[in-house]
Ligand binder design. Sequence first.
Ligand code: GMT
Length: 387
Amino acid sequence: MNRPLKIGITCYPSLGGSGVVATELGKLLAEKGHEIHFITHSIPFRLGKFHRNIFYHEVEVSDYYVFRYPPYDLSLASKMHQVARNQQLDLLHVHYAVPHAICALLAKQMSGDHLKVVTTLHGTDITVLAQDESLKDIIRLGIRNSDAVTAVSRDLIRETRELLDIEEPIDLTYNFVDKRIYYPRDVSELRPEFAEPGEKILMHISNFRPVKRTGDVVDIFAKVAARIPSRLLLVGEGPDLPKIQAKIDAMGLSHRVHLLGKQDDVAQVVSLADLMLLPSEKESFGLVALEAMACGVPTIGSEAGGIPELVIHGETGYLAPIGNTDLMADYAVRLLTDEKLYADFREACLHRARTDFCNNRITAEYERIYYRVLGVDADVPVPLCEA
Ligand code: GMT
């Protein structure tokens, strides 16, 4: 029996895939007997009900009048140090490089070298922010000084090395899904609220930022809807949403598009879809495509970033060059008009999500990294997941 660990987890608690991955990981580690301390500015939105060995420590920021910008980073670093000291943490696992890795390094300086720092890179912390000269050097510092660094795709590892000239090892830790939550749900009663019998449902879920190319989502849908009866369900909110709404109106598509806003029960919502659309400009992994895959829904997307490591072209979806909405629409029509092909893709999706990206496997990979940085000789078998 390996020694249970005391782990501090910091993430962005209220948005995005990195927060989801960090929270789900914390819950799974707690189930395995580890003690988890979330150190964040608010309760992670996916934390849900009470868990015996999960604790939450709120970061409070001083708003003293001399501060033009309240110093969140310093408050976070101090809180990490206090929690590490009071709870005798073994390590801090921070998700997203800035400012979390830097704060963890400061906490380590205050607490002592025994406190280890594991940093997980999720995406735009590298692909966007590491291109920003005002942040590049400090992101490099955070990565070089962490005791272990993980990234959510091979492509993100490649880009991190290229952009920041990093030679230190980076472990690959893909996103994962819990098959107790993500499976095809029975939506037979819900579906008639969004589509007539015989209509297909295309879906896009995101934070509607420019990297998601949500304008392409509408273009793809318009091309599909011109050929087969279909509806588009848009889930999430973000800065591009008003522009997208205007585009939908201008194209006369409003009666075919449903805006669902932010949704908590993603598995239920995703199960409504026949296809997921993910035409991103940048996408280090694409958690939403994995969630769809686990519910038996193929993805039509771009070849950006790590998407091809998840979506196997011609097996669990189709991928096209970024911006090629004609090709993406052709693929969508092909899949939606061939029942046998669609059934094969659906089966392949379910199998791939359950075997290659199951929670047991990825959680064990993280645990191995934790024991390694702590210098503990532990035996953590990485289980083969069953379909
Ligand atoms: O990097 C971001 O834009 C934010 C981040 C998030 O918090 O949602 O998204 C990234 O992390 C997810 C979890 O690892 C990945 O599945 C997403 O692909 C990735 N987003 C991008 O790369 C745009």
